[in-house]
Design a protein around this ligand. Structure first.
Ligand SMILES: C[S@@+](CC[C@H](N)C(=O)[O-])C[C@H]1O[C@@H](n2cnc3c(N)ncnc32)[C@H](O)[C@@H]1O
Length: 331
């Protein structure tokens, strides 16, 4: 059943990084290079729905009380003075907006004015997040933005066009560290931060003292029926039947970090056509469908420091599998 806010038209801003021609060309080039940029796994109503099912079944923030409390604790302690005056929460990769909405509820009592920019590659996600935020904010103060963070160098300018100049911004970057190349995204985050702005980010951590065995422990959170269904539905959406290959999960070391990966190994040749362009896959070829970086607090701090950022405060889940951090520009 439709909620009252779903009957109110939304004004959605679409950044050129997500214009259809650009997106399609990026997909063709990437497939030919043997990989799928993570954004394509979320970018349709069907993919959004599938991912929300994965999230519901396997995200510790949805399945563990402790993790939800950790987010609340970091909102309480980390925001501090930021909770006063005119404020905007900018959800970078907002997904369904559940965590952002909890953060908005914490900001609301102290804010003289409060805006929310749910930003994502998926228009459907921005609208789901808008809907979630309607429980806390009038819809006129919610400004959905469709944008590819990895392909955008003028996000600050775009936000200047959306938000009043005087509002302090709290950026959330939850669940994004795993799926974006750190050396691409961290410099962009550094550029976004102005004087009093805040950045809250979460990272998926490897539990325990041994990095590698910690990553092995969490592998079943990825190699499961819902995640397979989500990844294969993307392939089916572009015309690759699941039966022409096999989905294989593994752990890959890369530049001192470990990431969980999923490759689709073709057992028979397949040709697809996208917008008139032909993409051919050979038997035996592997297509990188998914990667997810896992960190320790130390590897995260080190990688942030490489890009002029430092951890100011943190909350780590009792399981050791997730942490939320307030990050600043290194002084
Ligand atoms: C793992 S989900 C996290 C969602 C939410 N922040 C949370 O913690 O529940 C990743 C989100 O990032 C979005 N995303 C992936 N690549 C992106 C990109 N390059 N630019 C912007 N959003 C992206 C996806 O559409 C998805 O909603």
């Amino acid at each position: 059943m439709m909620s009252p806010s779903e009957s109110i038209p939304a004004k959605v801003m679409v950044h050129p990084s997500q214009f259809p021609g650009v997106v399609q060309q990026q997909l063709v080039v990437s497939l030919r290079a043997g990989h799928v940029p993570p954004k394509f796994l979320y970018d349709s109503v069907r993919q959004t729905q599938k991912w929300l099912e994965v999230h519901q079944a396997h995200s510790p923030s949805r399945t563990s009380e402790g993790v939800s409390r950790m987010y609340d604790a970091v909102f309480d302690t980390a925001l501090g003075q930021a909770q006063r005056g005119a404020m905007a929460l900018v959800g970078l990769g907002c997904g369904g907006g559940q965590k952002d909405t909890r953060c908005l509820a914490k900001l609301k009592p102290g804010a003289t004015e409060l805006h929310y920019v749910p930003s994502d590659v998926s228009q459907a996600m921005t609208l789901v997040a808008r809907e979630a935020a309607a429980a806390v904010l009038p819809l006129g103060q919610v400004h959905p933005l469709v944008c590819d963070l990895a392909e955008t160098d003028d996000l600050g300018q775009t936000l200047d066009d959306i938000l009043p100049a005087e509002v302090k911004r709290v950026y959330t970057f939850f669940g994004m560290i795993p799926n974006l190349e750190p050396d691409v995204i961290l410099p962009k985050l550094n550029c976004l931060l102005r004087g009093e702005d805040q950045l809250l980010l979460s990272a998926n951590l490897a539990p325990g003292d041994d990095y590698r065995s910690g990553v092995e422990t969490v592998l079943p959170q990825y190699d499961n029926a819902e995640t397979r269904d989500w990844l294969l539905s993307f392939l089916e959406g572009i015309g690759v039947p699941a039966a022409v290959g096999e989905l294989v999960f593994g752990i890959e070391p890369i530049d001192e970090l470990l990431r969980i990966v999923a490759d689709f190994k073709f057992v028979q040749p397949q040709v697809i056509t996208l917008g008139g362009e032909r993409v051919a896959f050979e038997r035996g070829q592997a297509l990188r469908l998914f990667f997810s970086y896992r960190h320790t607090v130390e590897t995260l701090a080190k990688r942030l420091a490489r890009h002029g950022l430092q951890i100011e405060c943190s909350e780590i889940a009792g399981s050791g599998e997730e942490g939320v951090f307030r990050v600043e520009r290194a002084g």
